[in-house]
Structure formats: C-alpha cells, structure tokens
Design a protein around this ligand. Structure first.
Ligand code: ARG
Length: 437
C-alpha cells in the first residue's frame, strides 16, 4: 500500500480488501497530465500567497515537469499500490522534493482536482473525436464522388420508395456526422476548467487564482488553454458538477446512434438479397464452419456497441441521481463509463474512415432494382401536378394505374397510349419513358 493523502485521524489500519476496492488508480491514471497541470497552477497561487517561496515553487514545478515528461514519452507507469492518480503524483513529488511536497496539498482537495482533470480529458477528447468525425465525413465524400451520377434505391419503412441519387443517400450520413461534429465543438467551446474549490467551499487562495492562471499560461505558452481555465465561481457547484460528462456522453450516444444506422444499412445492402454493395474484404471475417462466409463483423460490432454506449450514459445519469450536495464518493464511478465511451467511439471512427473508402457498389443489382416501376409512382404524380391536376387526384390516378398494372400483369412501361390515356389525358408513352428512365 503506497502512502496515502490522509490517515492522521485513524487509529485502525485500513482494511486491505476495502482499500483495494475503493482505489481508482487502475483507470484514473489516464488523467495524470491534467492533475499535473492543476498542481502547477496551484503552486503559482501558493507562491503568490507567500505560502511557498519562489525557490520552493520552482523546485516543485521542476519535479512536476519531469513527471510530465515521462507521461509524454510514455515511460510513466502508474504505481498501482496508490489510491488514485492524485496520490501517485503527490508521492512522486515527495520522492523528488522531500517534505517540501507536503505543502503541495495546502488548501487543496482531490474533489477540486478530479473535476478539473475530467474536464481537461473531455476537452481534449471532444476535440479528437470531432477530428475523427471530420475524417469519416471526408471518406463519405470520397465515396459519393467515386459514384457520382449513380442512382440508388431509396426506402421508407424498408419498402422501395423512390429512386434517388447515390450522392444524396450518402449526403444524409454526411449531414448526421456534421451535426455531431458541431455538437462536440459547441460542447468543447463552453467547457470551463475551474480551479480553487478546495473540498467544496473554496479557500482564502481563490483570490490568487486568476493571477496565478495568467502567470502560468504566460510562462508556459499554453495558449490553447487561455480563457478555458478560470478561478472557481461557485465552489460547491463545481465539485458537485458532472453535467459535462452527461452532456458529452449524450452527444456520443447520438454519434453512436448514427453509426449504428449506417451499420444497419450497409449490413442490409451487402446481403445477397439486396446485393447493392460489396464491403471491403480486409474489414470482414469468415466462418470457421461455413467456407463461403464473408461476414460484416465491423458493422455488426458497431451496431452492438450501441448497447455499451447508451449503457454508459444511463450509468452516469443513475449514479448522479439524488446525490446530496456536494462531492460524494459515488462520483468516482463516473470515469469508467466516460473512458469506455470515448475509447469505443474513437476506435470505431478510426477504422470506419478507411472502411468506407473500400466500399464498392454493385451496379447491376442496383439497376435491376431500379426497374421496379413503383419507384417512379411519386414522380409520375408530380408530373400530373405540373399539368395542373390537383395532387389528390394525381395520387388517385397513379394509384389506379399501378393497381391495373398489377392486376393485368402488364408493366406501365409497356402500356400503349390508348391504355395510358384511360387514366389521364396527360399521360402517354413519351411521358412514361421520360419519368421511368
Ligand atoms: N478518486 C476520487 C474520484 O474519482 C477523487 C478523490 C476524492 N476523494 C475524497 N476522499 N475526497 O472522484
């Protein structure tokens, strides 16, 4: 068991199994860099409040920068015996600076650190996911351009509806992911990392934070963070607030819903029954028993992961429900669902961009389906409307025509002028040929 940040008031040693149960280091180590950022700003505030000498502040900052270097070059290994990442970082500073490190926790609480760290994580990851969505949008654009001029079969109720341009079918997915990207960027824009809540009511240091943040950002050239980190305005709310995680996971749930709809379409359209598209072989797997199988596993896993992504949102919403103010340890359980959704979505999007570029359309099967005359019924009604026939009447005329065609097993394309004119004087073979093209 590594050194803890508490213990003075306890007579009994902590139960080992309980200690293991309550630890969060195995997952919150991912927040190490944000915890260091918090500490570095805190040190400046302590120096300005004359709690630390400039020399001591510098010594601790150097120690923190060394730990940060290890995180950046991926040599940092969390000490899994620590309770959490905040303790782990504190213990490392103590190793480098001795007893001086005990001043690092002055007027500071992990309640303030954890929400700061999580917001830092959400800030970076919302940006990363927005970039990945950008790549998926580009790959959809690539596919649309590759099949420019192609027609496709449009469905409502999974029943053939109308012929549409393949480009406009694909553009629907582009629009969904563009809205998702905008939602993420909007979320990111309004995210503010507050510092200085103490355990929940702030401390005498608060008045030093604005200056400390400015001084720190100027010294470290961390331009991207300017305006993003602020001295806390409402400490009890800040340590209680997990709205941003709920909001982020809601946005990711919408992204996942869009992904699963795309997956479902591509699974369906690549079946032998439809046969409209060929999924890239290098993203499919076979069957151990049936030699002929080429399965759309990637799409199925995307569809399947929707349960996990929605579940993660439901998990945090339920954890937060009815919690008394302010911080409660229940809130430690916010991280696994957050990390899980972010990692799944990032993995899906990273693979999806290349997958989409590898899709091939099966022109013959599409052309065969496009021969279905019902796909042109709406266009025919529209033509009649242009000829000044009220839409209700036009709808009725075309409906009767389709019915006649079905009852008499006679294609509309094959009907002569005489038959067509029985339904409307505006109909003739030339018109049918044009519309059913
Ligand atoms: N590990 C906690 C969390 O993730 C932060 C620590 C707060 N613990 C405490 N005893 N105040 O929420």
């Amino acid at each position: 068991m590594a050194k803890k940040l508490w213990g003075g008031r306890f007579k009994k040693k902590v139960n080992k199994e309980f200690f293991r149960f309550q630890k969060s280091i195995s997952y919150d180590y991912k927040l190490a860099n944000y915890d260091i950022l918090h500490s570095r700003i805190h040190i400046v505030a302590l120096k300005n409040a004359k709690i630390l000498t400039p020399g001591d502040a510098k010594k601790m900052d150097t120690a923190l920068k060394q730990i940060l270097k290890g995180i950046r070059n991926k040599t940092f290994k969390p000490n899994l015996a620590s309770e959490d990442i905040h303790t782990d970082v504190q213990n490392r500073v103590e190793k480098k600076c001795g007893k001086l490190a005990l001043k690092l926790q002055t007027f500071r609480s992990r309640n303030d650190q954890i929400v700061f760290c999580e917001k830092g994580y959400c800030d970076d990851e919302s940006g990363n996911i927005a970039d990945l969505l950008g790549e998926v949008i580009s790959s959809l654009e690539f596919l649309a351009v590759k099949y420019k001029g192609f027609h496709f079969v449009g469905y409502t109720h999974t029943q053939r509806a109308e012929k549409i341009a393949f480009m406009s079918y694909i553009a629907a997915f582009e629009s969904m992911f563009t809205r998702d990207k905008e939602r993420l960027l909007e979320f990111r824009k309004k995210l503010t990392l507050y510092i200085g809540s103490g355990a929940f009511k702030g401390s005498s240091l608060i008045k030093n934070y604005d200056r400390a943040i400015k001084e720190f950002l100027k010294k470290t050239f961390e331009k991207a963070l300017s305006g993003k980190i602020k001295a806390v305005e409402n400490p009890p709310d800040n340590v209680s607030d997990r709205d941003f995680i709920i909001e982020f996971l809601s946005i990711l749930s919408i992204v996942q819903m869009h992904l699963s709809r795309l997956a479902e379409d591509f699974i369906l359209f690549s079946t032998n029954e439809f046969n409209y598209m060929e999924l890239p072989e290098d993203f499919c797997t076979g069957s151990s028993l049936m030699p002929h199988k080429k399965n759309p596993d990637f799409m199925e896993l995307i569809r399947g992961y929707t349960g996990r992504i929605y579940g993660n949102l439901a998990s945090i919403l339920t954890t937060m429900k009815g919690l008394p103010l302010t911080y409660n340890r229940d809130m430690q359980l916010d991280k696994e669902p957050l990390f899980s959704s972010v990692e799944i979505i990032k993995d899906e999007l990273a693979v999806l961009a290349d997958f989409i570029k590898g899709i091939r359309l099966n022109r013959n099967a599409i052309v065969e389906s496009l021969k279905d005359e019902s796909l042109y019924a709406t266009a025919l009604a529209e033509y009649l409307v242009k000829k000044k026939i009220p839409f209700g009447t036009a709808h009725e005329i075309v409906g009767k025509l389709i019915r006649y065609s079905e009852d008499n097993k006679c294609k509309i394309r094959q009907m002569g002028n005489e038959t067509l004119k029985r339904f409307s004087h505006c109909l003739n073979k030339k018109v049918v040929d044009q519309i059913f093209e």
